[in-house]
Design a protein around this ligand. Structure first.
Ligand code: FCB
Length: 462
């Protein structure tokens, strides 16, 4: 293990990330409409312990305290998401001013603390009214998303520089519509593929809408996977190609290369009837990006299988194996920092015109315990330390990375896992809503401070 803080270039952005439904609470206040996550979490059996985001971290009311925590951390930027159903309770039509007012206050609070806001327009909380009309299976949702993007950008665009259209559309399309582990909990093959296409189209419409109001930096946050084959048998290598198609190339090929993935016929066979595609779509989807956001947690190894292991309606004949003889986080994810470097270098090699990269999420869920009023989360510190060194290695290999956002500022509602997984560098006691910075918060704060003083000293000497 390399010790000490990795050294990043001057101007490198350090940030922290959250998402609306995971922290805000206030699910029925000030005119917010229901989202698919309200419906899903209120359905018995869908989330661990029946957890919902009704209250979550109560960030809607406690945002000044949370911004003060960000200020204490010294981050340059804060990534949060706007909840579509707060802004448009039905997903279309008139704006709910009170909903937009909340984000207006949050942005002002951040700026007053010297922190740049980085806004995600969609972090999985589709207005339920749109799901009732077909959700991401239907094309009109992509058009409504473009209109919503305009509303938000018109209101916040004078103060927000960095925008992400979608967060992890892979999860929206395939975990939401094919596996059913996430809202809306569907199990559909063609429906999920149509959802993937319409999410891409929604992204394209939003890019146009953002640019039309003068947005400076527009990107998308993808959870690209570093995928390895379990062996070099022909069958496992073919499984690797299919997994690359499903996890990565569905997004990267249209976004970065202006084409649909090469191996899609071999990957989904009859499911891909293409009925949802129209001429001209690739042009809308492939609008140039100012940056690519990447969320990274762990590598995946795949093997060929005939068994429907993941019980997904998009069954590509692949099962995951776990050859990593390393520590696993409480999510069950192996900790393999080198795979972070490999993902980034591999991506740059495949797409030489890759736009600048921001790491928009990275972090670990650990079994934290409170001791004498604090949390000594040595595993999380070591995860962050090792992944930041791995990131630095990718940059040394020539990948243009401009910033890093830790996931997450706060412990929060971890989707289907409810409150069982703690990703925060600040602990949240859900009974009292008390926030307690962990050792990882102090470690990250010190890293940022040492980065700043190093570069300030260098400037003094030049
Ligand atoms: C990502 C999500 C984020 C969080 C982390 C752990 O897939 O974007 O909201 O749940 O995983």
């Amino acid at each position: 293990m390399t010790t000490g803080f990795p050294l990043f270039p001057p101007g490198f952005t350090f940030g922290a990330a959250t998402a609306g439904y995971q922290i805000e609470g206030a699910y029925d206040e000030d005119g917010r409409g229901p989202s698919i996550w309200d419906t899903f979490s209120h359905t018995p059996g869908r989330t661990a312990g029946g957890a919902t985001g009704d209250t979550a971290c109560d960030h809607y009311h406690r945002y000044p305290e949370d911004v003060a925590l960000l200020r204490g951390l010294g981050v340059d930027s804060y990534r949060f998401s706007v909840a579509w159903p707060r802004v448009q309770p039905d997903g279309r039509g008139p704006v709910n001013e009170k909903g937009l007012d909340f984000y207006d206050r949050l942005v002002d609070e951040l700026l007053a603390a010297g922190i740049s806001p980085a806004v995600t327009l969609y972090h999985w909380d589709l207005p339920q009214a749109l799901e009732d009309r077909g959700g991401w299976r239907v094309r009109e949702t992509a058009e409504f998303f473009g209109a919503y993007a305009s509303l938000v950008a018109e209101r916040l665009g004078d103060r927000v520089g960095r925008w992400m259209t979608l967060n992890e559309p892979y999860c929206s399309a395939f975990v939401g519509y094919a596996e059913g582990r996430h809202a809306p909990g569907a199990r559909e093959g063609t429906g999920a593929l149509a959802a993937a296409h319409h999410l891409l189209l929604a992204h394209g419409h939003a890019v146009r809408a953002l640019r039309a109001v003068g947005a400076r930096e527009v990107g998308i946050a993808l959870n690209l996977d570093r995928i390895e084959a379990a062996s070099d048998s022909a069958a496992d290598l073919a499984a690797l190609r299919r997994a690359e198609t499903l996890h990565n190339e569905v997004w990267t090929e249209p976004l970065l290369a202006g084409r649909y993935p090469q191996d899609e016929a071999a990957t989904w066979g009859e499911l891909a009837d293409g009925s949802y595609r129209r001429d001209g779509d690739l042009g809308i989807i492939g609008a140039s990006l100012d940056f690519l956001g990447i969320n990274f947690y762990r590598p995946v190894t795949v093997a060929d299988t005939a068994l429907p292991i993941r019980r997904s309606a998009v069954d590509i004949g692949v099962r995951e194996t776990d050859p990593y003889g390393t520590r696993h986080t409480t999510m069950g994810w192996p900790v393999v920092p080198r795979s972070f470097t490999e993902l980034l270098v591999g991506l740059r090699d495949r797409y030489p015109g890759l736009p600048p990269v921001f790491i928009t999420e990275n972090g670990s869920a650990e079994a934290d315990t409170v001791e004498a009023g604090t949390v000594h989360d040595a595993e999380r510190v070591s995860y962050l330390h090792d992944h930041l060194h791995a990131l630095r290695a990718a940059m040394e290999a020539g990948v243009d990375v401009r910033g890093y956002y830790v996931w997450s500022l706060l412990d929060n509602f971890e989707w289907a896992r409810g409150y069982t997984q703690r990703f925060g560098i600040v602990r949240v006691d859900y009974g009292t809503q008390q926030r307690t910075p962990k050792d990882s918060y102090r470690w990250y704060r010190d890293l940022i401070a040492s980065h700043r003083s190093h570069h300030a000293r260098k400037q003094d000497h030049s």
